[in-house]
Design a protein around this ligand. Structure first.
Ligand SMILES: [Fe+2]
Ligand SMILES: [Fe+2]
Length: 404
């Protein structure tokens, strides 16, 4: 068969168009599969890390450091959900649920004050409750401990969260009460309202499942550090020794984060490979005074840590994770001093340390049931300063309908 020149040109032109069309289709298909594989990598997280578990459990995971035991969580999360669920949190202030009058005075204020409690008032947050010191909307001055704490809480830089600069020496000369509503969240962290179910004692034989647990512990330490920084600002009128103690504990919590970050890396994961839940941020800022803060955090959450740390150290040892068990033991030991700090200041500020006085200082819906492990680690709790009578009452305590 012979083709004329014109027919040949038409045929060549047609071939070129066909070739171009095929090339376009091939590029589209390649692009589609490339995007899909990228999405899978993102959803799976770090290679070697199992990614986000799909089983949505009730509440915030299993019993752990800075975590309530399973089955004892708030019955209605919607009533007291974290203040902000997004990644990047705007600068905002907390509406607190004050439960007792605030009667502390700053020591030796050096400048005039705007009210009779010796607290300077800047532009005032309209959400500050009447029976708590007015919260200011001011940003603390640069170079002060207050500014350092403020910047840490609101930072959205993961490197800053994991390794903040040391605190400056200078404190703001005149105490200013500030109540930040929520922390900044780096884009690497995906905040969820309900955390996936925590892996059980058998599941953590698999390193990838163990990483889920360590990831949860790490986020608890981050919230702990942030909330001690929060207390530095919220309780600006507390005794200076109390506020200095908050700075010291903050630094311990940062060190604990480092231990978990390193162990997470050994397990093939990074911070952010799993979703996080800001449960403590949804509860602790309801503490309206240093005594309430000591009750909720020092005696409550960190007291419960003493039970949980021991139990998790044993679980990790049982599956052959000696380094994980060692980290739990180190952190559990250091938490004893944190609990002692909370107890000391609770006694100083309330004149009591019995179970009922403590319970009365837990802002609803926080219940004693959330503040104990099973079993209670009596020896460490006694070392921290709890009395036998307190521990008996804590052990006997039965949940009530309002508990959450
Ligand atoms: Fe800690
Ligand atoms: Fe602690």
């Amino acid at each position: 068969m012979h083709l004329s020149f014109a027919a040949f040109r038409r045929f060549s032109s047609f071939s070129v168009w066909i070739a171009l069309a095929w090339q376009g289709i091939a590029q589209f298909v390649a692009y589609f599969f490339l995007q899909r594989s990228r999405a899978e990598v993102v959803s799976r997280g770090t290679p070697g890390c199992p990614g986000t578990p799909t089983g949505a459990g009730a509440g915030g995971g299993g019993s752990s450091l800075w975590q309530a035991p399973r089955g004892t969580r708030a019955k209605s999360d919607s009533a007291s959900k974290p203040a902000v669920m997004g990644r990047v949190i705007p600068f905002a202030y907390q509406k607190t649920a004050a439960t007792a009058p605030h009667d502390l005075h700053p020591e030796g204020p050096s400048q005039p004050h705007d009210d009779d409690r010796g607290i300077r008032l800047g532009p005032v947050s309209p959400s500050t409750p009447d029976d708590a010191p007015k919260a200011s909307l001011d940003t603390p001055p640069a170079g002060t401990v207050e500014r350092w704490a403020h910047d840490y809480i609101l930072s959205v830089d993961l490197a800053h969260k994991l390794s903040p600069p040391p605190p400056p020496d200078a404190w703001e000369p005149v105490p200013v009460v500030r109540r930040l509503a929520a922390p900044g969240r780096p884009p690497e962290l995906r905040v969820v309202r309900r955390a996936p179910k925590a892996p059980g004692p058998e599941a953590i034989r698999v390193p990838a499942r163990r990483a889920e647990l360590v990831h949860t512990f790490l986020h608890h330490e981050l919230q702990a550090a942030e909330l001690f920084a929060w207390a530095i600002l919220a309780f600006a009128d507390a005794p200076p020794a109390f506020r200095r103690g908050l700075v010291g504990i903050f630094r311990d919590e940062i060190r604990h984060m480092g231990l978990y970050v390193d162990h997470l890396a050994r397990l093939g994961c990074r911070f952010g490979d799993h979703p996080v839940r800001d449960w403590f941020w949804s509860r602790v800022p309801a503490a309206s005074t240093p005594a309430h803060f000591g009750a909720v955090v020092g005696m409550g959450v960190e007291g419960g840590n003493l039970d949980h740390a021991k139990r998790f150290a044993e679980r990790l040892r049982a599956v052959g994770d000696d380094e994980g068990a060692r980290i739990e033991a180190v952190i559990g030991e250091e938490e004893i001093a944190h609990v002692r700090f909370g107890l000391h200041w609770f006694r100083e500020l309330t004149g009591a340390d019995d179970f009922e006085t403590w319970r009365a200082h837990l802002p609803p819906p926080i219940s004693p049931i959330l503040m104990r492990g099973a079993p209670i680690e009596r020896a460490d709790r006694l070392r921290a300063g709890f009395s036998e009578a307190f521990l008996d009452a804590l052990e006997r305590y039965e949940p009530e309908p309002r508990d959450g």
